[in-house]
Design a protein. Structure first.
Lengths: 139, 407
């Protein structure tokens, strides 16, 4: 089994024990908008070449979630799909792991953290991306 | 722009056709439209082909348009391939309308065709339609269309007090309509109890509240300028259905600092702008709409479409639905052919199937499904909503279509 990243330049592992990660984003030098994934030009103020590389915390709160009974090839079902509002305001997608796959096990507002890991296996290749896991509450 | 009319429409029934090729499906829809238009097909002088996944399944990434058209025997015209996810059919139709409306071309064909059914491998069909959303981020990480839509539905349940029963009633209505449609993928009606007790796909959505990714089909429409229809083709004055207004809109980036970054539901977010423009061009308003087709990829989308098209005030959707107004027997029937839930959603063929049914209804030729919404006559004004393809910063759809067809 070999592995590959879901895509280059999306995240950086910052804790080798927990696999906690930060998100590689761009921040606009003109309007301060934060976007992900990285880009050169700002979609908020429509500025050319105004974006600068930045990193934001992978911690945030669960905004929306749903339990998917079916998924694309290689995902173990059922699994929890979720949108998380990061502390920087960015809303990003990730599956939720580390909780029971049950409607009553989680709720919007849950404090979560991004962790790097294998998200699916396709044709004997492990695809490495991130999932979110619940954490205890330091703001 | 010249006024544009729909000369003819045609479909290959939606369903699962393991033994049929892409060109088998498209040629059937093309010839059905040619026959309906009652024209010599050699008069077609441009064709737009909507298809999203032939390349995914076969590796044939280009030359889709000639494959889809030339096996019908019709050659010698420019063949243009368009893609825009679930909105692909609207893009093809819009291009065809612009081509003849501008006067640059005389008679244009728009055909949408899709083969998505993979025997024994539903995950493969899901993987295919995933490619209509940007791959690098959310979809590669596990987000599915149904999951995304279900999350939006859950937010709207909180916002408007919608219930799972409301979604079941949409599905019950559309399954009832599909059972009257010999071209529909699913022709079995279901009771509310059967819908509510069906397998959960992603709560609150049970299986009958979701369209299927594993379906094949094709649909086509032929358009020309009204003047061409009457002076060259001798179509009786006023007999053809008019394209009174059409507008495509695309999602605008919404700042992360906005409180509600994901405002509604993917397919509907730009629809108000599309319909403001389409209603304006047509010189009609929501109160004039006597028939509607909306993008019910999941049942809650149809509910949201009622406010988006202006058929009711925000939050009043369940009341409108429960009143029976949007049933075939109501004053503004919605998705008389069964919608995406029952007629089926072979992605690039969907919008042209909506147009197909709208034209039949406006002509008064929809058979057992014929609606007589007002004054005991067929509908005169139809509103058609459709959208597709998602990606880029902020997500949102690439194309959101509002279309008004009138007799």
């Amino acid at each position: 089994v070999t592995s590959r990243l879901v895509a280059e330049g999306l995240f950086e592992r910052v804790d080798m024990d927990s696999n906690a990660a930060v998100l590689l984003v761009s921040r606009c030098s003109r309007c301060d908008e934060v976007v992900f994934p990285r880009m050169q030009d700002c979609p908020n103020c429509v500025g050319q070449d105004t974006m600068r590389p930045d990193r934001v915390s992978g911690r945030g709160r669960l905004q929306d979630f749903v339990i998917a009974q079916r998924g694309p090839t290689g995902f173990r079902t059922p699994y929890i799909q979720a949108y998380v509002k990061l502390d920087s305001g960015l809303v990003i997608y990730g599956n939720v792991e580390g909780v029971e796959v049950d409607e009553s096990a989680i709720a919007p507002g849950l404090r979560v953290e991004m962790r790097v890991g294998v998200i699916r296996r396709v044709d004997d290749v492990d695809v490495v991306g991130w999932t979110f896991r619940p954490i205890e509450g330091p703001e | 722009m010249n006024e544009v009319v729909v000369l003819g429409v045609g479909m290959h029934p939606f369903g699962r056709y393991d033994h049929l090729s892409l060109q088998d499906l498209s040629r059937a829809a093309i010839w059905a439209a040619v026959s309906d238009a009652n024209i010599d097909p050699r008069l077609l002088d441009i064709a737009y082909v909507a298809n999203c996944y032939h390349g995914f399944f076969t590796g044939q990434l280009d030359a889709i348009a000639p494959i889809a058209v030339k096996y019908s025997g019709i050659t010698g015209l420019p063949l243009v391939h368009v893609m825009g996810g679930s909105g692909s059919g609207s893009v093809a139709f819009h291009e065809a309308v612009l081509a003849v409306g501008s006067g640059e071309y005389s008679i244009a064909l728009a055909v949408g065709v899709e083969k998505l059914y993979v025997p024994g491998d539903p995950a493969r069909s899901i993987s295919a339609i995933q490619t209509s959303g940007e791959q690098s981020v959310a979809t590669a990480l596990g987000l599915t269309w149904i999951g995304d839509l279900a999350m939006s539905a859950r937010r709207l349940m909180t916002k408007y007090g919608w219930t799972q029963e409301d979604f079941a009633l949409v599905a019950e209505k559309n399954r009832h309509n599909g059972a009257l449609n010999p071209l529909a993928e699913i022709q079995e009606p279901l009771t509310m109890e059967e819908i509510l007790s069906a397998r959960v796909v992603a709560y609150p959505l049970t299986r009958p509240m979701c369209s299927s990714a594993a379906v094949d089909g094709a649909a086509a429409a032929i358009v020309c300028a009204r003047e061409t229809a009457e002076s060259v083709l001798r179509v009786a004055n006023g007999a053809a259905i008019r394209v009174a207004g059409m507008s495509l809109q695309g999602a605008k980036y919404i700042s992360n600092r906005t409180e509600d970054v994901r405002p509604g539901m993917l397919s509907m977010n730009e629809a108000p702008a599309a319909f403001a423009a389409a209603y304006g061009k047509a010189g009609v308003g929501p109160e004039d709409v006597e028939l509607a087709f909306v993008h019910d990829a999941i049942a809650p989308e149809e509910l949201l479409s009622y406010q988006v098209l202006g058929l009711c005030a925000p939050g009043d959707e369940p009341r409108l639905l429960r009143s029976g107004a949007t049933r075939i027997s109501g004053r503004v029937p919605v998705n008389t052919d069964g919608g995406l839930l029952a007629r089926g959603h072979p992605i690039a063929a969907t919008a042209l199937a909506q147009i197909h049914e709208a034209v039949l209804q406006l002509r008064g030729r929809a058979g057992r499904r014929q609606a007589y919404p007002r004054d005991n006559r067929p509908p005169r004004v139809a509103a058609l909503q459709n959208a597709g393809a998602q990606g880029g910063p902020g997500g949102g759809v690439a194309v959101s279509s509002g279309l008004i067809l009138v007799t």
